[in-house]
Design a protein around this ligand. Sequence first.
Ligand SMILES: NC(=O)c1ccc[n+]([C@@H]2O[C@H](COP(=O)([O-])OP(=O)(O)OC[C@H]3O[C@@H](n4cnc5c(N)ncnc54)[C@H](OP(=O)(O)O)[C@@H]3O)[C@@H](O)[C@H]2O)c1
Length: 314
Amino acid sequence: MKAIVCTKYGPPEVLRLKEVEKPTPKHNEVCIKIYATAVTASDIFIRGSQMPIQFWLPMRLSIGLTKPRKSIIGLVLAGEIESVGKDIKRFKTGDQVYGVTGFGLGAYAEYKCMKEIDSTHGCLALKPTTITYEEATAAVYGGLLALQYIEKGNIQRGQKVLIYGASGTSGTIAVQLAKYYGAETIGVCSTTNLELVKSLGADKVMDYTKEDSINLIEHYDFILDAVGKVKTSKLKNECKKALSPNGKYISIDDGRLELKSERLVKLKELIDTGSIKPVIDRTYQLEQIVEAHEYVGKGHKKGGVAITVEHEAK
Ligand SMILES: NC(=O)c1ccc[n+]([C@@H]2O[C@H](COP(=O)([O-])OP(=O)(O)OC[C@H]3O[C@@H](n4cnc5c(N)ncnc54)[C@H](OP(=O)(O)O)[C@@H]3O)[C@@H](O)[C@H]2O)c1
């Protein structure tokens, strides 16, 4: 099968398209024929090894100290169950699924074998039926991150919720989730993305690149920083001081992404009932992975960047 291999940490060019052996599922695994994967912010950290300092050692211990332990990287997949091991109960051949591979990595390939139960090596669920495989990759990664951190906010109807970094993969879904829970939602992004964030349902938007945005700051019941601790602005620092008496501020970098298929099931329901729509910025082919990494590495993607995995007709 075709796969993208990464045998050393470095710039996007370390990624190479190669022919490798197709995996066979164990008794407790499914084999997924991947139709789409994604280049996520995490993939950039993994490949380039440039990650928030608090994640560097735990991440390197998990994925390989001096080089990637698993040469096929990639965290997110959407595809179809091609075959199942004899102990599999949740899925059958032909099911359309979406999921995250966690420390198992391996999504930059035509096929990936995964356990059906949640573990540090991933979680899997039936894919929403109303979106494409490419859109499903943004829903998995952005959706899992956004839902995990929005749940921490315990949002009550009518509360003021600010999403800092509202135009990224997780931010675009966080805005829609905050609206779904009935919050007055304020999205922060740069000038070019203000209209996008409004179109997702934000009641107000603020531009972090403009000094006078500071005059628009109110008191917030919950602030989710959806871009993480590395990226900041004067506006972000000022917002942190503008919490209501019981207000809460949380960064998407506080803690680890929880790989829970129950959240994927919930996201599927929210997507299929029209409450949430994942946003895709660009789509590349697997063969264009270097270009895709260069683009995502610039740090300004709007929603997710998907990779289509084409299979040769047999
Ligand atoms: N806790 C965990 O286990 C875990 C796992 C994975 C990822 N993460 C964190 O989640 C973060 C978000 O990932 P993501 O893929 O959702 O983000 P993303 O899509 O890479 O975010 C890109 C967005 O960030 C915005 N942005 C860039 N600099 C900004 C700034 N200074 N202020 C406000 N917005 C800014 C950009 O908007 P403009 O183009 O408008 O500037 C762009 O729309 C990662 O960077 C990582 O720190 C955490």
